[in-house]
Design a protein around this ligand. Structure first.
Ligand code: ZN
Ligand code: ZN
Length: 262
């Protein structure tokens, strides 16, 4: 996070997929680092059953003082978090231990502002324009009311990002990833090891690609690739045969995700 310049003082929510070490053991270090940097804002942690006990155990046994409140929510499926601009949904994954996959869904944004329409209606440029852009009606000096829909285009859809965590393929995931702008899917083993993947509660590149295709996702990023693959291009090729718009995740990968067209 330091190298990525993400910042430790911002409003932050952490969503844990499941209680395996490779997915939760970073938390103690993160909490301590945030405290050393004197974070003050509340930190929200969401996760499956067990996450509360884990965070409590950290704060009771590791000798450091938290400088900020931590709010832990043990959640089940469906809408788990709602903010002004976005919502987070969860669905059960299909792994060795109870887990959750998450979808971050932005709410629709107000339509495009048409200055020529505002001018034609006699709305003076300035604060009244900003109010209309923000979706509120305004009253003109001559008493007429102008409503936002008179000067705005239709609402524009937000973006949707889905993160699977560790999982075998499942119908739940296809539903969660419906029309996602970005699907970040695990692909632990390559297609030749499909049986092993299934035994261990994981997916292969073809399975991830099938989910992306069935869901109508726009882009697929493969992650959680087993350390046995020094070169993961084999896995990338296997996925691209089914879903061409696939990339491999790597540390510090940045993806520019444009707003979908209305
Ligand atoms: Zn796992
Ligand atoms: Zn894992």
């Amino acid at each position: 996070m330091i190298q990525a310049g993400v910042g430790f003082h911002r409003k932050t929510k952490i969503f844990i997929t499941h209680m395996h070490g490779d997915h939760i053991l970073g938390l103690p270090g993160l909490l301590q680092t945030m405290s050393l940097l004197d974070r003050e804002k509340k930190l929200e942690i969401y996760g499956p059953q067990g996450i509360k006990a884990f965070v409590e155990a950290i704060s009771q046994t590791v000798r450091f003082t938290l400088t900020f409140p931590v709010q832990v929510s043990e959640i089940e499926a469906d809408l788990v978090c709602e903010e002004k601009e976005y919502e987070v949904y969860a669905t059960p994954s299909n792994h060795m231990t109870p887990g959750l996959a998450y979808a971050l869904t932005e709410k629709p944004r107000p339509g495009r502002f048409h200055p020529e329409k505002a001018k034609a209606l006699g709305v003076p440029e300035g604060p009244l324009w900003s109010k209309l852009q923000g979706g509120s009606s305004v009253k003109l000096p001559d008493g007429r009311i102008v409503k936002p829909e008179m000067v705005l285009g239709s609402p524009r859809p937000g973006r949707k990002i889905v993160y699977t965590g560790d999982t075998r393929p499942s119908e739940n995931l296809v539903k969660l990833a419906e029309n996602a702008d970005l699907l970040i899917h695990e692909a632990t083993f390559d297609d030749e090891m499909m049986e092993r993947a299934s035994e261990d509660g994981h997916s292969t590149p073809s399975q991830a690609a099938e989910t992306a295709k069935e869901a109508g996702a726009k882009r697929l990023v493969l992650t959680h690739i087993s350390a046995r693959y020094k070169d993961a291009s084999l896995l990338l090729d296997q996925a691209r045969k089914i879903f061409s718009n696939t990339e491999l995740a790597e540390d510090f990968l940045k993806i520019d995700l444009p707003f979908p067209e209305a």
